[in-house]
Design a protein around this ligand. Structure first.
Ligand code: ADP
Ligand code: MG
Length: 237
C-alpha cells in the first residue's frame, strides 16, 4: 500500500489577477520505506506540495490520499487526528515551542492525542535517545544549538508510529556535519517502514533519498534515482 498519493493536484493561491498557480497537476506516490527528495528553485512549489501532503492546506483541484484515505473526505477533527498520529512534519525553522523543554515539545502531540502524561514522557525520552540527545531532555529551545533544536524537531516528527514524515529543508540552517546527522536519522526512520518526502536544495542531501523529483513552476519536470540526480547536479554550475 502507498502511504502518500497525490493525484492531479493543483493549487492556486489567491484569485483574479494576482492568482499564483503554485502546483499544476502533480502526480506522486510514496511507498513505505521510500524517501523521495523534492528539488527545484525557489518558488517552484516545493513547500506548497508538502503542506498539501501534510493536510495543512487543500488542493484547488485533484486529490491527496494518506494511507489510502482521501484528506478531502475528512472533517477537521479527523484531519487533526491524522496529523497528530500519522504525520511528522519538520520545518526549516524547527518550530519548537519556546516555553516547553525538549522532552515536553516531543511529548505534546502525544498528550494532545490523549496519551497519559507519563506514557507520553516515556515515548518522548525514547525518541530523544534515538537522536542522541537524552542529556538535553530538560533544556529549553534557547538553551540548545540550532543542530540540537533540529534533532529535537526530528524526534518530535518521529515519535509514536508516524507513517509519513515530511521535511521542508530541515537542514537549511545547519552546518554540513549536523545536516548529515539529521538526514541519517530521517533515513533510519524511513528504513523502519515510514514514507518520507524531503525538500532540499542540495544534491548531496538528495543522495539520501531513493528517488528525486524536480519541480519547475509547479510541474514535475524530471524524476530520477538519487545517484543520477547527483550526477546531473554536479555538472550544473
Ligand atoms: P518553494 O517552496 O519551492 O520555494 P512555494 O510552494 O513556497 O515554493 O511557492 C510556490 C509559489 O506559490 C510561489 O510563487 C509563491 O510566491 C506562491 N505562494 C506560496 N504560498 C502562497 C500564499 N500563501 N499566498 C500566495 N502565494 C503563495
Ligand atoms: Mg519552500
Amino acid at each position: 500500500m502507498t502511504v502518500l498519493q497525490l493525484r492531479g493536484v493543483h493549487r492556486v493561491h489567491g484569485s483574479g489577477e494576482t492568482a499564483v498557480h503554485a502546483l499544476r497537476g502533480i502526480d506522486l506516490t510514496v511507498a513505505p520505506g521510500e524517501l523521495v527528495a523534492v528539488m527545484g528553485s525557489s518558488g517552484s512549489g516545493k513547500s506548497t506540495l508538502l503542506t498539501l501532503a501534510g493536510g495543512l492546506d487543500a488542493p484547488t483541484r485533484g486529490e491527496v490520499l494518506v494511507e489510502g484515505r482521501a484528506l478531502a473526505g475528512m472533517n477537521r477533527a479527523q484531519l487533526a487526528e491524522l496529523r497528530r498520529r500519522s504525520i511528522g512534519y519538520v520545518f526549516q525553522n524547527f518550530n519548537l515551542l519556546p516555553s516547553l523543554t525538549a522532552a515536553e515539545n516531543i511529548a505534546l502531540p502525544l498528550e494532545l492525542d490523549g496519551l497519559p502524561v507519563r506514557r507520553a514522557r516515556r515515548l518522548a525520552l525514547d525518541a530523544l535517545a534515538r537522536v542522541e540527545l537524552t542529556d538535553l531532555a530538560a533544556r529549553f529551545p534557547d538553551q540548545m544549538s540550532g543542530g540540537q533544536q533540529q534533532r529535537v524537531a526530528i524526534a518530535r516528527a518521529l515519535v509514536g508510529q508516524r507513517r509519513l514524515v515530511l521535511a521542508d529543508e530541515p537542514t537549511g540552517a545547519l552546518d554540513s556535519q549536523t545536516a548529515e546527522t539529521v538526514l541519517r536519522l530521517l533515513r533510519r526512520q524511513i528504513d523502519d517502514g515510514a514514507a518520507g518526502v524531503l525538500v532540499t536544495h542540495e544534491a548531496r542531501h538528495a543522495g539520501w533519498a531513493d528517488r528525486v523529483v524536480f519541480l519547475r513552476d509547479g510541474v514535475v519536470v524530471d524524476s530520477t534515482g538519487s545517484s543520477r540526480a547527483e550526477d546531473l547536479l554536479e555538472v550544473t554550475p
